[in-house]
Design a protein. Structure first.
Length: 644
């Protein structure tokens, strides 16, 4: 049976002869220090591994490559009873035999393997260094003391904190490393991580992920070269704004700079609407991060065979990860740590993206069954810190929807949508549960599957309609508006009529909600997302301007609450921006006159009157005799006051 670790395209970047070590380190004199730190961390982890395995230090032994276990044994549940007799002999042994066997300076092979002493390839060897031997004695005594006191998980436990710090430093070093830097010690690092996993599973899993990223070129070091190309567009904007060598004055800051920013924003919006250009914004949103990761991963895997002649080398490295992945699967089902479960889900998602055959890892579908069982506890509120793990679960499930087990989907998109709908119906907070659950679903349906003609069909259209209806129920949140921006952009590419219909549907819902202060525009970020949404919808959906004017000229029933005033002002700013960018002055003024909207609505006396009357249940209604009258004629409807 095929190996679960055999991807469709295997390999990694070829370390060329001229490639510099630790190329991501800009200050080259620091490279020597980085190499020393890397060697020191491996020695520290080797010491901790010896302490946890209760093995005395000795000369280094080179381990051989493990043989892959049979496919049925790869399930975390079925391996439970066979781990000691099957998993250990078939994978890289983590510790040497005690007694008459030769002591090692790192985890050694099992009895059946041949031992070849080779100190030069073992960076973590410490048995010949007195300083590290003293540290080994101290750590062993500390660990033994806490084992006696049965207080292993105390916050003051020194050995655990020391090991966590060492693993944290290793994960950061791996972020800057390349395959050229660590290719010779991958097996060594994994052997240490396997022994440390029982004591610090969370940080060990983080290091496993970082090691995978290093092997496949998706870490920070691999993105370093692309980040060097030329000045950023934001720098160019700053240069355009500050082209004068003179120090700008008050007029510049109060008028010129805001006006320039505004006109550039309108120009960028027009450009996006015409050619769907890349948005000029910080890559801090969920979709931007996912797009960067997926693009980087896709380019790395696509270029693998071009950059490396020997495919088997990276394949042999990947096979070494199997024991730790099996441990992680088992740990997920027995641990109550949400942080650890999140990390395990991220690790599995990363493996699925790397084309590892998930079905052979969970052949009985026990793990996926356990994950689905967690939804019962999440919906009734019996899952502590569930908001932290919900996004990871749904992202993992969406990836699994592409996997098949005996020609049958492991989980279907309708099932995932049903799980998300169950969370929405459970009454959990939308911002912490329903919206993070919808984000990977929207990205998959409208971006990934929507762009693939092979997936197009009535079933996909039905799924999209269901998701859109779910989004409309949560449209007051700016995170949902961000998803609608993506949906509208994809609809515009695929079907212009569908784009116009959806734009009209969104505008008909949002504009009245703005007038009622029901949109959660409580931050500059939320207001920016709403502005972008108005730029993305079809212009015809915002005509006639009557809806915009009524929403802008509607004041709240009270202004005593700061939050209410903030929502009202944000709505006015958003509508005013649309009027300036998409309507002419003549049209706006004529409609204001025909609708009998008073210019005194936004005056200071009106606001003061609303604030003073906020405590009254039935404020006085004074007729508007002349345009000079200060007190407005109030017509209350749904808690708002609209001037005729």
């Amino acid at each position: 049976m095929c190996s679960p670790w055999a991807g469709e395209e295997e390999g990694g970047p070829v370390p060329s002869k001229t490639e510099e070590p630790w190329a991501a380190v800009g200050e080259r004199p620091l490279v020597v220090l980085v190499e020393q730190l890397f060697s020191h961390i491996l020695k520290i982890l080797n010491i901790c591994a010896h302490v946890l395995d209760d093995t005395p230090p000795g000369p280094a032994v080179k381990a051989t490559l493990p043989s892959l276990a049979n496919a049925p044994s790869l399930s975390p549940i079925r391996r439970k009873g066979k781990e000691k007799e099957v998993a250990e002999p078939s994978t890289t042994p983590m510790s040497p035999k005690k007694g008459s066997e030769t002591n090692t300076g790192r985890p050694a092979d099992s009895a059946g393997s041949t031992a070849n002493v080779n100190k030069s390839t073992t960076l973590g060897s410490f048995y010949h260094l007195p300083t590290y031997l003293k540290l080994y004695d101290v750590l062993k005594a500390t660990h033994t003391n806490y084992k006696v006191t049965l207080d292993l998980h105390s916050t003051n436990e020194k050995f655990g904190g020391f090991l966590r710090s060492a693993l944290d430093v290793l994960s950061q070093l791996l972020e800057m490393a390349t395959l050229h830097d660590i290719g010779k010690c991958v097996e060594e690092i994994l052997s240490y991580l396997k022994l440390c996993f029982s004591r610090e599973p969370l940080m060990a899993t983080v290091c496993v992920q970082q090691l995978l990223k290093t092997l496949f070129g998706t870490n920070l070091a691999s993105q370093y070269e692309g980040a060097q190309g030329g000045p950023s567009r934001s720098q160019g904007k700053a240069l355009r704004l500050g082209s004068s060598s003179l120090r700008p004055g008050l007029y510049h800051y109060c008028f010129m700079a805001p006006y320039t920013h505004f006109t550039q924003a309108l120009a960028d919006a027009s450009l996006r609407n015409m050619v769907q250009a890349e948005q000029e914004q910080d890559a801090s949103g969920w979709f931007d991060v996912m797009q960067k990761v997926s693009n980087q991963l896709r380019s790395s895997i696509t270029n693998v065979t071009k950059q490396r002649g020997d495919k088997n080398a990276i394949h042999n490295h990947i096979r070494l990860f199997e024991p730790l992945v099996i441990k992680a699967l088992k740990q997920y089902t027995t641990s109550t740590s949400v942080a650890l479960q999140r990390q395990v889900l991220d690790l599995l998602a990363q493996l699925v993206q790397l084309r590892v055959n998930y079905c052979l890892l969970d052949s009985d579908q026990v793990f996926i069954g356990f994950v689905l069982k967690q939804f019962e506890y999440i919906e009734v509120g019996q899952f502590r810190d569930s908001e932290a793990i919900v996004p990871n679960i749904f992202f993992f499930l969406v990836l699994l929807s592409y996997e098949r087990y005996h020609s049958k989907q492991i989980i279907s998109i309708p099932k995932i949508i049903q799980l998300c709908d169950g969370i929405m119906a459970s009454g959990r907070k939308a911002v912490t549960h329903a919206i993070p659950a919808l984000q990977p679903i929207v990205h998959d349906l409208f971006v990934l599957r929507g762009s693939n003609k092979a997936d197009a069909g009535k079933e996909l259209d039905t799924q999209k309609e269901v998701v859109v209806s779910m989004l409309l129920r949560l449209i007051q949140y700016h995170q949902v508006l961000e998803m609608f921006i993506l949906v509208l952009q994809q609809c515009h590419k695929e079907n212009e009529d569908k784009w116009k219909r959806l734009s009209r549907q969104i505008a008909d819902i949002i504009l009245p909600m703005i007038g009622k202060q029901q949109m959660h525009l409580d931050s500059p970020e939320a207001l920016g997302v709403l502005n972008t949404l108005f730029e993305t919808v079809a212009p015809s959906s915002l005509r006639p301007v009557d809806m915009l004017l009524k929403g802008m000229f509607t004041t709240p029933a009270t202004m005593a609450n700061v939050n209410t005033v903030q929502l009202w002002v944000s709505g006015v700013l958003a509508v005013l921006r649309v009027l300036i960018s998409q309507s002419t002055e003549d049209i706006v003024l004529s409609r204001v006159h025909e609708l009998s909207l008073s210019p005194l609505l936004l005056s200071c006396p009106t606001i003061r009157h609303l604030h003073d009357d906020s405590s009254l249940s039935s404020p006085p209604q004074l007729p508007l005799a002349t345009p000079a009258t200060v007190a407005p004629d109030n017509q209350e409807a749904n808690g708002e006051r609209v001037l005729p």
